[in-house]
Design a binder for this molecule. Sequence first.
Ligand code: AMP
Length: 294
Amino acid sequence: MEIVHTPAAMSAWSRAARDEGRSLALVPTMGCLHAGHLSLMAAARQRADLLAVSIFVNPAQFGPDEDFAAYPRIFEADCQAAEEAGVDVIFAPDVSAVYPPGFQTMVRVKELTKGLCGASRPGHFDGVVTVVAKLFNIIQPQLAVFGEKDFQQLAVVRAMVRDLNFAVEIIGSPIVREKDGLAMSSRNRYLSPAERQAALCLYQALQWARRQAAEGEQDCGRIIAHLTTAIADKPGVRVEYLEIVDNSDLRELEILTDSARLIMAVRIGRTRLIDNGALFPARDSKIITTQGAT
Ligand code: AMP
């Protein structure tokens, strides 16, 4: 496994792979790798000859009061985990290599970023799609795998690829959970034992909503009202948003459909956690792929 730190070295590595006729998959991450990231790598590995993983804590996607400085960075352990996962190259640039002096261009996806995480984290998705566009240009992968854990991010990246004609296939990969249902996240390590327990409210909410859907409840408003109260009743937990949306365009739904998805963000103490899931998982396609127009 190679580790490269500059965009020029990364582009040269990719060019050599292309010249040899080998396909390349990319898994973009902020490091602090866990089983969720590893599942994306496994999905990517199956679909391409070579696998690149980027590790970059992207300052452009953090707000001024967010946890950029505190975000866990464990580069050595990440390299070991990546090597064991069969990664061929790690791209781990410095902030100054990605945003050199004079940097002034941002990419913005307009409509899909207005609600949900986009509403509570202004500018977040501009930072995400800008860095993803840069990674695609530097690395030139044929495909890239993103987790459904960040469902809005996946939709926003798909829109960017479609709208800007990136020749990269976007693969969505299912959420990996702890045994008790908590979605794996690098931020889970911020949680105290009591907060870790309280964090189960997200998965419990999803399971409850799924049961309601299976029993024939159709009114999204009733489901949301019940869950908002149930979660708000937990000590130390604050609901940031809780919505039922359509899988494809994140439009808020009033009546449940086959493509309905519960999507939520809460604050537990100082930690912000997100989760989501299809309300009719059996009717929801597990991995959705989108081909970027060329
Ligand atoms: P991050 O390092 O948090 O920016 O995440 C990098 C990628 O891993 C993103 O595409 C995430 O959606 C994905 N990811 C993070 N946690 C999980 C999880 N529990 N299951 C599946 N994918 C995940």
